[in-house]
Ligand binder design. Sequence first.
Ligand SMILES: [Zn+2]
Length: 262
Amino acid sequence: MAIINNPKESTCRCFAVINHEQVLRTDGSALDFHDLTVLKDWCVSRNYVFDFFEEKQWNVCALGLSSKEGLPSAYTFDTIRHGFSIDSPEETLCLSRAKAIVAWRSMTHYCSACGGVLKDHLGQTARYCIECGQMFFPRIEPCIITIVSRKDGKILLAKHVNRSREMYACIAGFIEAGETAEQAVAREVMEETGYKVKNIRYYGSQSWPFPSQFMLGFTCEYDGGDMHLQEDELADAKWFERGECPITPPPGSIAYRLINNV
Ligand SMILES: [Zn+2]
């Protein structure tokens, strides 16, 4: 997992990311190592801060950008989320990894034990404190996401208060310390809607590096209770027929798979 900061060239998949977007060539094709060199030179010419790393074992080489002002005309941007909708698990893994590690490196500079400066570990994707030696590894934060179904086949979808669009999605939340994922499913559904659920079953998972979530998907069934919305989280929640849902998350997310049963 060694990070090599200055490879002369690379056969790894190459990415350049800024926030929730990635750089692509204007024809929509993926970048190669030469493109990363061009983009690095562009950053230098504009005095933009950038980060660059390669992980050969992950087949990932990535540039973290701090600005996209004045991007060379040969390039354009697209959302990383859109990249996840391409039906290639290997491609999605590498893109997700690049995004996650760029975000982790941008937020991991000082030791949380003693305040010392962190340096890249030469043998692993990690940073260590030059004062006390404490190691810091990329962190993932486990979350649950669940689709609640009723005996009549309808599913529960909720509109989050922070969503600008009229989008309805699954109930989701972070797993709290001490909980199992199944307990987190039951708690989140109860907290956000007032509903008790049963038959909680694992469905699948997805890396969600915005910046570091790991989504564990579950199905479950309504088991009683009256709707009582947690108003600081949800603006609305309703039961829908699967074929008659409002605007829901697009392909590329586990929410899409749960809602559309794919
Ligand atoms: Zn330290």
